[in-house]
Ligand binder design. Structure first.
Ligand code: PCD
Ligand SMILES: [Cu+]
Length: 805
């Protein structure tokens, strides 16, 4: 094996398509041709179909279930209810938050559309007919919809199953609808800061219930091979290994007898982190029916029963000096978790990472309290394109700092600059104990303000306002700023675990004799482009061109254990494992090179894609040659082959950040708004693939736009869920979506092997407050202080009316 054609280092470098290259997404070849392989594409011989009968009531006692009429439907094979699950001890399943959730409602239903019975039939239509035919008698109970009433003394008792439990997963329970009370920060120091401050602001900021609504709904196919005792479970899983472990624990099947496969996934956005009754019932179904069982949610089921996001009722307070230096922050949150606490957060943090809410500012003291309560609503509480409650945290600080600026009559950009954590303060420890790894906020802010022409925008706004006041126009203009700091890459196992499993991640790489390779990881792409970008990291590290490296994720029989993809953790954690596994390959290759070139390995140096003798670059061995030698000519005593595994437990989170500017025009008479301009500067450290990053930003901003301007899962006073279909739930298309301008700075993470930070969530986390601040900014000189999301035309119009405009 010889490298025939002499090529320059630069040409060889380009051929690698490594870190920093705008490499085209390799997965798109199949996606754009409709050749993806999704769960619903799994079709097995003799496969049956399951469908849920769901509760029409939000709160009711189940008096009787008559299976006969459903069983009489042609094609229906079985009807499973909680009574059938009790002997198997499967009528409740553990949630990620340390609660239990009913797999099928037992005695009571606790939210509308809750799973009551699972109908298994020969096809999807017969299953649906069986659902229609099932007869269930209820006795209606008083629904509890308003979380502010959850803990009133005479509030209805929701969870009869745990009514005597005084100790919850996160401390004592003080009321039958109380889940937890959790605090962070220093209460006394914060109170002290508030008592000494010149100014204090306080505002109630609601972050309404929304839903990630991925294109593909949740689904699974389970197949139990009775001969081998092997269970195979295909599903829409963002964390397949965790599903395997949980399945093993709850179904009491040895873990090696379970194979979990997450094939292509049509968007996750947090919706596919949790474990749902549908997954469990497909497994029960295959065991009961002795045939494979498929379960596929429809859109309404997805929006109304699988994990919602937010529903945080936030009170925020800032204390400051009269020239705008912030001294302290307080926040209280009432968290509506619905009927079961099925929140997806690291086990120790029932409110996720909400206590990062001091944001990008050097705030000396802070105190945070979150109370979680039950209501008659669907369970959940997932990230939805944000690292564990960080959207809520960033919304809190970015909105309240604007309120403070308004009270002090300061410019929102100035007050931010005045309070920034300064570059020389990194690593910076926040008042709630987070250690920010790196950043240069003033530089990012200056670049952004320059790019948008901030001062001119403010002048134009002043002119518009003058015209409005003079009665010459009915248009207002708002400028929204958000300078966010994210916390992603869960996480250091000292802080983060899921059900006791530390949140490390992994990469396993095997280099074949011809110098091609396969790498497998514990994460799972849902569209992010991991097949493209992990190969780029490995290419730079090993000198094997990206297009010679296959990336595989999602099959627990082949991939090393990992905690999955959410919270923008793949790059900070598995991406680091990739780099380190690549370095292990290189280390072994160096020893082989020293053997082949007959020089000491210290006399070798790495150059793009191979080792060369220091001072004599003509004498070199490429990685391709070294791979071949690994299978036939290794140094005495060395094992053959070229493989490496890395399990990476990060020393810290990474802290990407950004400066976002939004310009909105509002028609006061109709409440209609138009996002005229949106500029997003992101710093995610070392950029692996700038084109993928741009795509991530576009997607995340679009979701932020959706949340800020229109999305809402609303419940009426009876607990009927509204906004449960795409007729009502706002999913922006190309028609509504504004144009996005993207930009960047690049401050690498000091502790990540390649300096990369996550980026997928940033645009959402930073985007939501930028939109909301823009809308609020339009009204702040007309008596407005804060109006709640979603900023629909109707809401904006009503707000303008309330201000007498
Ligand atoms: N520096 C850097 C960073 C990053 N990157 C890229 O970018 C991406 C992303 O990343 P990240 O940030 O790390 O992240 P991940 O982990 O991978 O992912 C996750 C995210 O991701 C995002 N994005 C997306 N996309 C798509 N397409 N789809 C989807 O689904 C999704 N989702 C969303 C979400 S929501 Mo959660 O779950 O809520 O928590 S979280 C999330 C990838 O590909 C990577 O590689 C680069 O390049 N560079
Ligand atoms: Cu979140």
């Amino acid at each position: 094996m010889n490298d025939q054609t002499p090529v320059s280092a630069q040409e060889r470098e380009e051929k690698l398509e490594g870190i920093g290259c705008k490499r085209k997404r390799v997965e798109d070849v199949r996606f754009t041709q409709g050749k993806g392989n999704y769960v619903d594409d799994v079709k097995l011989p003799g496969m049956l179909f399951g469908d849920f009968y769901r509760s029409p009531y939000a709160h009711a006692r189940i008096k009787n279930i008559n299976k006969d009429s459903a069983l009489a439907v042609p094609g229906v094979v079985a009807v499973v209810t909680a009574e059938d699950l009790i002997p198997l001890n499967l009528h409740y399943m553990p949630t990620l938050a340390g609660d239990v959730q009913a797999v099928l409602a037992h005695e009571k239903v606790l939210f509308q559309n809750q799973e009551v019975a699972f109908i298994i039939a020969k096809d999807r239509y017969a299953a649906a007919d069986g659902v229609e035919a099932l007869e269930v008698e209820y006795e209606e109970l008083e629904p509890l919809v308003d979380p502010f009433k959850s803990m009133e003394p005479d509030a209805p008792l929701l969870r009869e199953d745990i009514k005597d439990k005084k100790e919850g997963a996160h401390g004592p329970r003080v009321h039958h609808n109380h889940i937890f009370t959790w605090t962070a920060g220093d209460k006394d120091a914060t109170e002290d800061a508030f008592s000494k401050a010149d100014v204090v602001v306080k505002e109630y900021l609601a972050h309404p219930r929304v839903h990630p609504c991925p294109l593909e709904t949740c689904c699974s196919v389970a197949n139990m091979d009775k001969i081998t005792g092997q269970l195979t479970l295909w599903g829409t899983f963002q964390a397949p290994h965790v599903v395997r472990t949980v399945a093993s624990l709850i179904a009491n099947i040895p873990e090696h007898k379970i194979r979990v496969i997450a094939p292509d996934i049509g968007g996750g956005f947090g919706n596919k982190v949790g474990v749902y009754p549908g997954y469990v019932m497909s497994v029960v179904g295959t065991i009961v029916a002795g045939a494979p069982v498929k379960w596929v949610e429809d859109r309404i089921e997805n929006l109304t029963t699988t994990a919602f996001a937010r529903d945080y009722h936030i009170t925020a307070e800032l204390a400051a000096t009269k020239d705008g230096k912030i001294l302290g922050m307080r926040s209280h949150v009432l968290a509506d978790h619905g009927a079961f606490d099925a929140c997806a957060d690291p086990t120790k943090f029932p409110a996720g990472l909400y206590h990062v809410c001091t944001g990008s500012y050097d705030i000396p003291s802070a105190f945070i309290q979150v109370d979680g309560v039950y209501t008659n609503k669907a369970p959940g509480g997932v990230a939805y394109r944000c690292s564990f409650r960080v959207t809520e945290a960033v919304y809190t600080i970015e909105r309240i700092i604007d309120v403070l600026a308004q009270k002090l009559d300061m410019d929102p950009a100035d007050i931010r600059k005045k309070n920034f954590v300064q570059p020389e303060q990194f690593p910076y420890t926040s008042a709630t104990g987070w250690e920010y790894d790196s950043g240069d906020y003033p530089t990012a802010m200056a670049k952004a303000m320059d790019a948008v022409g901030y001062d001119q925008l403010r002048q134009e706004q002043a002119q518009k306002l003058a015209d409005f006041k003079a009665g010459k126009s009915r248009q207002l203009m708002g400028i929204g700023i958000s300078f966010f700091t994210e916390i992603v890459g869960a996480g250091p196992s000292k802080n983060c675990d899921i059900l006791g499993i530390g949140m490390f991640d992994s990469c396993e790489i095997r280099v074949h004799p011809t110098g091609a390779a396969i790498a497998r990881l514990g994460t799972k792409s849902q569209g992010q482009g991991h097949e493209t970008t992990y190969a780029q990291i490995l290419a730079t590290e090993t000198g094997i061109p990206s297009d010679m490296i296959t990336i595989e994720e999602g099959d627990t029989d082949t991939a090393p254990y990992g905690l999955g993809t959410y919270g923008s953790r793949s790059t900070p954690v598995a991406g680091a494992a990739c780099a380190r596994a690549g370095r292990k390959i290189k280390q072994k290759a160096q020893l082989i090179a020293s053997h082949l070139l007959e020089v000491h390995h210290d006399d070798l140096e790495w150059n793009v894609d191979g080792f060369q003798v220091k001072g004599n670059p003509e004498k070199r061995k490429s990685m391709k040659e070294l791979a071949w030698a690994a299978y036939n000519n290794v140094p005495e005593g060395m094992e053959m082959g070229l493989e490496a595994v890395d399990y990476y437990d990060p020393p810290n989170f990474t802290y990407p950040y950004g400066a976002y500017f939004c310009v909105v025009d509002i028609d006061v008479d109709t409440g209609e708004s138009k996002i005229r301009r949106f500029y997003a500067l992101d710093d995610c450290g070392t950029r692996i693939n700038p084109m993928i990053i741009e795509g991530q930003i576009h997607g995340g901003l679009t979701e932020a736009f959706a949340v800020a301007m229109g999305q809402l899962i609303h419940y009426d006073e009876y607990g009927n869920v509204q906004g449960g279909s795409l007729m009502d739930f706002f999913l922006p298309t190309a028609v509504e979506t504004p144009h996005w301008e993207t930009d960047y700075t690049e401050v690498p993470s000091p502790h990540h092997p390649i300096g990369a930070k996550g980026v997928g969530e940033s645009p959402h986390v930073g985007g939501v407050p930028a939109f909301s601040n823009a809308v609020n900014d339009a009204f702040k000189k007309l008596g407005g202080v804060h109006t709640h999301m979603p900023h629909t035309s109707a809401n904006i119009w009503a707000y303008a009316q309330s201000l007498g405009l």
